[in-house]
Structures are given as structure tokens and as C-alpha cells.
Design a protein around this ligand. Structure first.
Ligand code: IVH
Length: 680
């Protein structure tokens, strides 16, 4: 079959792009695209070359590993090549690989060793007569770079091997593993760079690579790198190994660090579970991982499976979904919050990262924009790690358009009034101080309806904007006089949805006082101080009429919050809102003042999973009602973790690791009754 010309052009283009990105990643330690974007290009090329084998070229990047060898370091020829790994992008690809292998060994069973895929850089250590004689980077897999002096500064790398545990030292031993930078060191390095006004390092992997390839090994020494070993290269005069886990045992015995999370499985299902589990728990470690590596354990089976042109058939990298991508930042705009605060945010070409599509991302404040030096038109790195809010990490400077200009904070409110924005001296935030600003007003209404406040389902940002535009609401109290007929005039509302929203609004009339207090949006008054106030005073009127000194006596509430509350109620516009809410039928105090003994005072009890007798909110209220706290995560200070059905795996592991007692439903009731832990 002839190769269509557009396919040929596409292949040429992909090869050129991959070669370029290989060079940036491996030789310059300054990638322009994320690993995930690189993998996408590589897969596209691989698929086309497979479909049109006649396009094959010996120098195709699809057949190559890593980068070129630089002039800075002496070349080192790897006697056993340092190959790359093929990828599985999900559980289905992993089990398909497992099935292929079983066929490849004539239907025999295959046992696996699973390891974490450390996000660092591969290194080969050569020991002769037990002495570390050479350390080399992977380079192009065949020839790497001599970085011996630098690697010798890494404390986890042994300089001399001693016979141990009845094992002698092989005459020649090549140990392969990953050099990485622990997250704490990475963060410390970046904090120092920030203080010195220097450019921040993008991620721990680049930081490790950059540190290892320093010309001056004294700089490497300061970077606190570490090392995990996971594979052997050339071995002469060593014991006979039958399995991969034998080799890891030897490494451990000789004093090499082997990652403690290595596990053996008797089939691919176990391996798949391991990968899924670590995908969930990847952030519980103090170093970065970007996947897992699944390896055939039996070395005789490995022999029979062999290699493709690029990688062994007997191992595969299970890649986690990307948490970092590159994308175009089309613009920087400013949003106005309910207190008038003006927050710059990035408008991005939407990109799928960390499990969701990100189109907008906050840039926090003027100083952050300047520090990151991001400009409209920049290609930027976007990160969304775990449950963390997506963030723009920084620009890819090499892709910056020639005519790019630093961004200037607009000093006019984006609302139709266009009032002047101000930055009070000594503050990091610029704000709109116009009391009539319609953008602030809309945000106050949106906040009023949020889950932590009056919890009105269906009254989100979009609907509030619609209502405000139609002139149906000018403050939060107006929502209580809305009618189904009025909603029906708005786009997107039908009878059922309009009735449902009105019902949700009516339902919110009887929320507990703590929710109403939160909904008012008083500066500094968060849910936990609101909780204390509502327990102490019982009604909104009592709080409104209390003096600053009385308020400040409330537990968990200091002078600053007390002053802010008094100032808020002193404003006529706010008094008016309160009276409008009262007239609308909002309940100002359906709170029973807590008379419970404060047996959990000062104790933190974390709740996870589904409990039999309490909803999450009820469980937390029961803890707080007894003087305790119920934070969202486990730490060394946690008194107990209450775990119902389907608990969060990371909370459970963390609690067990820290020795925090874990209670079931019965144990929880005991705790609420006595303030004591149940007998183990
Ligand atoms: S085994 C032939 N094990 O991932 C087997 N590699 O894309 C070679 N990596 O170049 C590698 N953790 O830099 C292996 N536990 C692990 C690993 C690991 C990280 C890196 C290594 C390798 C790349 C493959």
C-alpha cells in the first residue's frame, strides 16, 4: 500500500518534533512540553509507523531512548544497554499486556514484581572489586555521560561494597536505579529561589536532573539528592539469580536502598490492583512518582520474552494520568470577589489535567503574576496534583512570542461602573471599594447560597448572574420573594426546574444559625467561629445586640473577628439586609444552645466513610458540640479517626502509619458518651 502524502508529512513532522523535545529534555534539562504531551506525540508516531511499516527509519525517535551525549561530561558506553519502557495508560492496557505475555511463554503462569516509577533520572553505577568506579546517565541508552564525581555526593549511594549476610561482593556489579530529589528538598530549594528572586524550578525531576549535571560537584552536594536501586546491568562473579526479587534481595543485602513499596504478585490482576492503589496514594509519599513499573519476576521467562527495538517485553510502565500539561494562556483577566478583592486569573486553552479539564486558573495577586512572570500569549505549564486546585506553574520561556510584554494590572473594575481599583499600602491585594459595585453584589449572593452557607441547590453562579441581569435580585434577601413565573422568564428554566429552585429557596429559610451567620459574609468570620457564636448566643438578634467585649469572649473567636462583626452590623445597608431577610421569613435562631459536657475539648477527631447512625455533618456536629474539632485530614495530632464503610484509603493508611486509633461505629458512640477511647 502506498503511503498517503499527508501521512508521510505527519510522520516527518512528528519525528522532528520528538527529536527536538528529546533534546530539550535530555540534554538541556529544560523541557518545553509535559511528559504526558510527549507521550501523546510518541504514541501517534508509533501508531503511524506500525500502520505504514514502509516508512520505518533507523533513526526514528520511536526507536530511540533518551538524548544525545553532551560535551561537558565524558561519554560512557553501557555494556548492557539502558533501555526505556513501553507504557500502559490504564488497567485495560495493562491486562492486555499480561495476556500477550502469557501467550509469549506458551500459556505458563507469570509472577510479577511491582515497583513505584520514581520520577527522577536513571543512573548506572559500576562497581569493580566492590569499589564505585563509575556512574553514568542513561544518555541515548547505549552511550551515557560520566557523572561519577556528582553521584559520589549522594549519601544513599554506597562508595564501597562489603560482603554481608553470607553474600560475597561480585567482581563486577552494575546497579541501575533512579536519582531523585525528595519533595522537601525541592520545596526548600524553591523557597530559597523565591527569596532570592530567582526563577523557580518546575518540578523535582528537572531539579534532580539539573543538579546531577552540574559541572561543579560541590553544587550537586548541596542539592540533597537521593537514590533507589531497581535493576542490575552487567554482573561478573556474582551469585546465580533466578528471579528479579532475588536481585533486589542482593541489592538490599549489599547496602543499596531498595524502595520499601516493592511487592510480588502471582498474576496480572494483583499487579493491576497495586497500580490502581498507588494511583490513589501517589501523594502520600515524600518523593514524586509518575506511575508504577510491572516486571516479570522469573528471569528465565524474561529471557524467552526478550526485547523489542526500544524496550524489554518483560516490563511495562503503568503511567498515571498526567497532572501537568502545557497549554496556551490566552489572557489574564481580573475577577471581583464579594469583599471587592480583585483577583487576576489565567484564561487558558482548555486542557485535561489531573482528572479534569482546566480553562481558568487563579493567579492569586499582582505580586504572584510578577514573580511567575507569566504574560498573555505565553505557553504555560498547568499543574493539578491530587485534590489541589489547578495552578499555572510558570511560562515556557523558550516559546514566548517575540513581541510579548509584561502584564499590567488594570486599575479599573471590570464591572459596568468601571470604578477605580486601589491597592492599600502594605497589602498584597488590589480591591474595588465602590459599595454599589454590581460584581461584588452578585458574588455576595452567590456566597449566600453556597453549600457552607445557606446551601441552596440550583442557585449557582450562572443563575445568580441571570437573576441579577434581569433585575430580579439586588441582594440576597430578594431571592425569598422570587416566583416560579419570574424564573420561567429566564433562559434554561422549565416548570419543574423553576419549582425545584423555589422549593430549595424556601427550604433554606430554616437553616441553623451557623449557616446564616456564614452566609452573611462578614469579613474574618469563618464557619468555625460562626459555630462558636451560634452555640453561645443562640439567635441572630442576640449576636447583633452583643457588645464587642461579649463577642470576643466566645471560644475560638478573638478581638479581630469581634470588631469585624460589630462593624458589619453597624452599617445601615447591612441592617437593612437583615430586616429584609427577617421579613422574608428567614429563621434567626433555631439553635438549641449546647449544654453538652465539653468532653472532647481540644481534641481533633477525623471522620471518613459512611457511618450507620450519623451523616457526615451530624458526626462533625456531635464532635464539635462536645468541644472537639473535626478537621478534614489526619495528622500526628489527631486524637482518633472514625472510619465508617468505604473509608478514604489515604486517611486510613496515614492514621495507621502514625499510630492514630481507628474507631468503628460502636467506638465512635463510646467516644461521644465518655470522651474516652474504647478499650482496644
Ligand atoms: S526499570 C529495563 N524500574 O522509568 C528496565 N525504571 O521509562 C529499565 N524508572 O528509564 C527500567 N522507576 O528512569 C525501572 N522502578 C523502576 C523505575 C524505573 C523509575 C524510570 C527509569 C527508566 C524509565 C522508563
Amino acid at each position: 500500500m502506498a503511503v498517503p502524502s499527508d501521512v508521510e508529512a505527519r510522520i516527518t513532522d512528528l519525528r522532528a518534533r520528538l527529536a527536538y523535545h528529546n533534546h530539550r529534555y535530555n540534554d538541556l534539562d529544560d523541557p518545553e512540553i509535559s511528559d504526558a504531551d510527549y507521550d501523546v506525540l510518541m504514541r501517534q508516531l508509533g501508531a503511524l509507523e506500525e500502520q505504514f511499516p514502509e516508512t520505518a527509519a533507523a533513526d526514528s525517535p520511536a526507536l530511540k531512548v533518551g538524548g544525545a551525549v553532551s560535551a561537558t561530561f565524558a561519554p560512557v558506553v553501557h555494556r548492557v544497554p539502558m533501555t526505556s519502557l513501553d507504557n500502559a495508560m490504564d488497567g485495560a492496557e495493562l491486562s492486555a499486556w499480561g495476556k500477550r505475555l502469557v501467550r509469549g511463554v506458551g500459556g505458563e503462569e507469570i509472577a510479577y514484581v511491582c515497583e513505584l516509577k520514581i520520577d527522577g533520572l536513571a543512573i548506572s553505577l559500576r562497581y569493580e572489586g566492590g569499589e564505585l568506579v563509575q556512574a553514568a546517565t542513561r544518555g541515548d541508552g547505549r552511550v551515557g555521560e560520566d557523572v561519577t564525581a556528582n553521584v559520589k555526593t549522594i549519601r544513599a549511594v554506597p562508595h564501597r561494597l562489603m560482603p554481608a549476610g553470607g553474600v560475597g561482593v561480585p567482581e563486577v556489579l552494575e546497579v541501575r536505579g533512579e536519582v531523585y530529589m525528595p519533595l522537601a528538598s525541592f520545596e526548600a530549594l524553591n523557597a530559597a529561589a523565591l527569596a532570592a528572586g530567582e526563577r523557580l524550578l518546575v518540578n523535582p525531576r528537572n531539579a534532580a536532573a539539573g543538579s546531577l549535571r552540574q559541572k561543579d560537584h560541590r553544587i550537586t552536594d548541596k542539592r540533597s539528592l537521593s537514590f533507589w536501586s531497581y535493576q542490575l546491568g552487567e554482573v561478573r562473579g556474582g551469585p546465580d539469580f533466578r528471579s528479579h526479587h532475588d536481585t533486589l534481595d542482593l541489592l538490599r543485602t549489599l547496602g543499596f536502598p531498595v524502595n520499601p513499596n516493592v511487592r510480588q504478585f502471582t498474576d496480572i490482576t494483583g499487579a493491576a490492583e497495586y497500580c490502581a492503589q498507588w494511583q490513589e496514594q501517589r501523594h502520600d509519599l515524600d518523593y514524586a512518582i509518575d506511575g508504577c513499573v510491572v516486571k516479570v519476576d522469573d528471569l528465565a521467562q524474561r529471557e524467552r520474552l526478550g526485547f523489542t527495538s526500544r524496550a524489554p517485553r518483560w516490563a511495562i510502565a503503568y503511567k498515571f494520568p498526567p497532572e501537568e500539561r502545557t497549554t496556551l494562556m490566552k489572557d489574564i483577566m481580573v475577577s471581583i470577589g464579594r469583599t471587592g478583592r480583585a483577583t487576576p486569573f489565567a484564561v487558558l486553552e482548555p486542557v485535561f489535567v489531573g482528572g479534569s479539564t482546566v480553562g481558568l486558573s487563579t493567579l492569586h495577586n499582582q505580586d504572584q503574576v510578577a514573580l511567575k512572570d507569566v504574560r498573555p500569549g505565553d505557553t504555560v505549564i498547568v499543574r493539578k496534583a491530587g485534590d489541589v486546585i489547578p495552578e499555572v506553574v510558570g511560562p515556557v520561556l523558550s516559546l514566548r512570542p517575540a513581541d510579548s510584554q509584561p502584564w499590567v494590572f488594570p486599575m479599573q473594575c471590570p464591572c459596568p461602573l468601571g470604578s477605580e481599583l486601589v491597592r492599600p499600602i502594605g497589602e498584597a491585594n488590589i480591591a474595588c471599594i465602590e459599595p454599589a459595585c454590581p460584581f461584588q453584589r452578585d458574588q455576595r449572593i452567590i456566597h449566600f447560597a453556597t453549600r457552607a452557607a445557606m446551601d441552596i441547590e440550583g442557585l449557582g453562579e450562572r443563575t445568580v448572574f441571570q437573576l441579577s441581569e434581569a433585575g430580579l435580585v439586588t441582594d440576597a434577601a430578594d431571592i425569598y420573594s422570587l416566583t416560579v413565573e419570574q424564573l420561567l422568564q429566564l433562559e434554561g428554566f422549565a416548570k419543574i426546574s423553576a419549582e425545584r429552585l423555589i422549593a430549595a429557596i424556601q427550604d433554606s429559610l430554616h437553616r441553623p444559625l451557623v449557616k446564616l451567620l456564614t452566609a452573611l459574609g462578614i469579613k474574618h468570620l469563618g464557619p468555625s467561629a460562626a459555630e462558636g457564636l451560634s452555640r453561645e448566643f443562640g439567635t441572630l438578634d442576640a449576636i447583633m445586640n452583643a457588645g464587642e467585649a461579649d463577642l470576643a469572649m466566645t471560644e475560638g473567636l478573638g478581638g479581630v473577628i469581634a470588631a469585624s462583626i460589630v462593624a458589619w452590623f453597624a452599617k445601615p445597608a447591612n441592617r437593612e439586609l437583615i430586616e429584609k431577610l427577617r421579613a422574608g421569613g428567614v429563621d434567626f435562631g433555631n439553635v438549641v444552645v449546647s449544654r453538652l459536657p465539653q468532653i472532647l475539648a481540644g481534641r481533633a477527631v477525623v471522620v471518613t466513610g459512611t457511618l450507620q447512625h450519623y451523616s457526615r455533618e451530624e458526626a462533625e456536629a456531635a464532635i464539635k458540640g462536645r468541644g472537639g474539632k473535626s478537621p478534614g485530614s489526619v495528622s500526628a495530632k489527631t486524637f482518633a479517626l472514625v472510619a465508617g464503610a468505604d473509608p478514604g484509603a489515604s486517611k486510613l493508611t496515614k492514621a495507621t502509619g502514625l499510630g492514630v486509633p481507628v474507631l468503628d461505629d460502636v467506638g465512635f458512640v463510646h467516644l461521644l458518651e465518655t470522651g474516652e477511647l474504647p478499650a482496644p
